[in-house]
Design a protein around this ligand. Structure first.
Ligand code: ARG
Length: 600
């Protein structure tokens, strides 16, 4: 099914071609003067320039070819040669009907050839508390996963759990020093205790202490590095202890992500690439990509001449390769963050053979991914162009710096959700919403409002920009917010329930009033919004559409009585329009990872 804008674009292209003009110039866009037209094409201006013709004359000739098009009620040439198109009420009604009938996709189209796509997002770490970067990654990644799946791709969302780096060695040493893990410290083959010697609280308390101590205490740091290398080399007691850390962290994380409506198809960790590590190192060696560098082993990824100025500790400035080489094996013999990322690409290639891997990770890791991707292409682990880092800006506090709690610490996801739900309850009570709901349903609604507020606030910004965390604004039932969208969805649900109670059901759509036209045009625009969000990998385009749709519905509802419309056919048509608006709004919200309540 195609949308009107695409259909009309084809008609205009045919008319351009008939005038001997390059049809690719015939682009049709939504009119920027909705009072004059629904769509416009500015192509005659560029085309006339190329043909050295008068743009207005060319536009007039193209327009006269379009006049017989049944879908158009008027075709006019404006200004120096803009072609203004107004769609007939009948064409709008038939398109709105098609959207209404399309329960699965609300008028959006699928991709021509579905791909296998891995989306690597959230990236939480064992024991390290999650920060706002992980929150943004979870929200954006979840939305992209849904968007790609919605268009027909086969998608694996992978949490890429950080479970293999230096923090693991730090924890082994710290837990060992507390005397909590004696049986695991033996160098033997086990068996080792099946119960975890630590709780999540232990891990969360010990990790920051150990990380801080390693910065000052060289001996401690060296022990942690050694433990990391021994863990990776397979020391059985360390592996058994580590498996407890991973399990304890993952259980807690899954609960927190679940509360946010974020779920993964794969909970693979950095460690899951370990089995292909030896093979990868051997391959990098034989291809000559892995080279010695001051006791470590690296892959050079910069091309000759790609350099930048670098200041050495002694103050001298040199021309260093840019991006810097990828560190594969540290001087202690450990795999690094980049090593596991490279091995994971190889592992995914063997397990899934994806056409595309998207990494939804903080923009500040751009150089890391540049290094890893280049190394993967050099090694032949991924087809050219199949790896893409989707960076994002930070969520800032009022001071413009990455958001922290009042106590100055990083905000824990669990605390953030609790705080948002508290605020949602308060707002619902102020607005006298949900006061007749049973307590459990009120709680569930407050939770949905909280999640909608957090996610929509994030996703309504282009992912590349940073934004300021302002819970009061996010949680408002007015303006461009998640709660406003839920409120509109609930209004439509209640209208449809009332209609059903009165025996009124949706029927054939007829378009007559300006507010009906506007709603139908907005329903038509969803397809383009979904395609654009998909192509650009930018969920805010869907967020923007959801907001416009809610507004178009609100105006329609104010201008066009539904259940007390003058005749039964109009009641049925308006109910169908309302139902189509609800279905599309829920589709859009679902793409953003947002659920709406039945009532409030
Ligand atoms: N665990 C990492 C961090 O906390 C993020 C992982 C991102 N994904 C990846 N494949 N490197 O910074």
């Amino acid at each position: 099914m195609t949308d009107l804008r695409t259909d009309l674009g084809e008609a205009v292209a045919t008319a351009f071609a008939a005038e001997g003009v390059d049809a690719s110039l015939a682009r049709v866009t939504t009119s920027d003067r909705p009072d004059l037209a629904d769509f416009q094409s500015n192509g005659a201006l560029a085309a006339a320039k190329a043909l050295k013709a008068n743009p207005r004359d060319l536009a007039t000739r193209v327009a006269s070819r379009l006049e017989s098009d049944q879908r158009l009620s008027s075709v006019e040439v404006a200004g120096p040669g803009f072609i203004n198109l107004k769609v007939s009420d009948a064409a709008l009604a038939s398109r709105a009907q098609a959207v209404a009938n399309d329960a699965a996709h609300a008028g959006a189209s699928g991709v021509g050839s579905p791909r296998k796509v891995v989306i690597d997002y959230a990236g939480p770490n064992v024991a390290k508390p999650m920060h706002v970067g992980h929150l943004r990654s979870s929200i954006i990644g979840e939305s992209l996963k849904r968007l790609f799946r919605f268009r027909g791709d086969t998608v694996w969302g992978d949490a890429h759990f950080g479970d293999w780096g230096f923090q693991m060695g730090l924890l082994i040493v710290a837990v060992g020093d507390e005397g909590k893990a004696d049986p695991f410290l033996s160098e033997g083959d086990g068996p080792f205790p099946a119960d975890s010697p630590v709780t999540l609280d232990d891990l969360e308390r010990l990790y920051p202490q150990a990380a801080a101590r390693a910065k000052e205490d060289v001996a401690f740091r060296d022990r942690a590095r050694k433990a990391t290398a021994e863990l990776q080399a397979g020391r059985p007691g360390y592996r058994a202890l580590w498996a407890h850390f991973v399990a304890v962290s993952r259980t807690a994380l899954e609960r927190e992500f679940g509360a946010l409506g974020v779920t993964f198809d794969l909970w693979n960790g950095e460690s899951d690439a370990d089995p292909v590590m030896a093979e990868m190192i051997a391959h990098l060696e034989t291809t000559g990509l892995l080279v010695e560098d001051a006791g470590a082993r690296v892959v050079h990824v910069a091309k000759p001449g790609e350099t930048r100025k670098k200041k050495l500790p002694d103050g001298t400035v040199i021309e260093a390769p840019s991006p810097p080489p990828l560190l594969v094996i540290s001087s202690e013999g450990s795999a690094m963050y980049g090593t596991t990322d490279l091995a994971t690409i190889l592992d995914r290639r063997k397990a899934i053979d994806p056409d595309l891997i998207l990494y939804v990770v903080d923009e500040r890791q751009a150089e890391h991914f540049e290094q890893v991707f280049r190394a993967a292409y050099l090694a032949g682990y991924a087809p050219a162009g199949s790896l893409d880092h989707l960076g994002f800006g930070t969520m800032n506090g009022p001071d413009g710096k990455p958001f922290k709690t009042r106590a100055g610490g990083v905000l824990k996801l669990h605390d953030l959700i609790t705080m948002a739900v508290d605020k949602a309850r308060e707002r619902l009570r102020e607005a006298k919403l949900g006061d007749d709901l049973p307590p459990a349903e009120f709680e569930a609604t407050a939770h949905q409002v909280a999640v909608a507020a957090l996610k929509f606030a994030d996703l309504s910004n282009s992912r590349t920009t940073s934004y300021v965390f302002d819970l009061d604004r996010f949680m408002s039932f007015e303006g461009k917010t998640g709660p406003y969208l839920l409120y509109q969805a609930v209004r439509i649900k209640s209208l449809l329930r009332k209609g059903a109670d009165q025996g009124a059901t949706p029927g054939p759509i007829v378009i007559a009033e300006p507010a009906e036209r506007d709603l139908a045009l907005t329903l038509d625009a969803f397809a383009q919004a979904v395609t654009e969000a998909y192509d650009k990998r930018m969920p805010h385009v869907v967020a923007e559409h959801a907001y416009r749709l809610a507004q178009a519905f609100s105006k329609f509802y104010a201008a066009c009585p539904v259940l007390i419309a003058p005749d039964a056919a109009t009641v049925a048509s308006r109910l169908a329009l309302a139902k189509a608006a609800l279905d599309q709004l829920e589709s859009a919200l679902d793409l953003l990872g947002i659920e709406s309540p039945e009532r409030m």
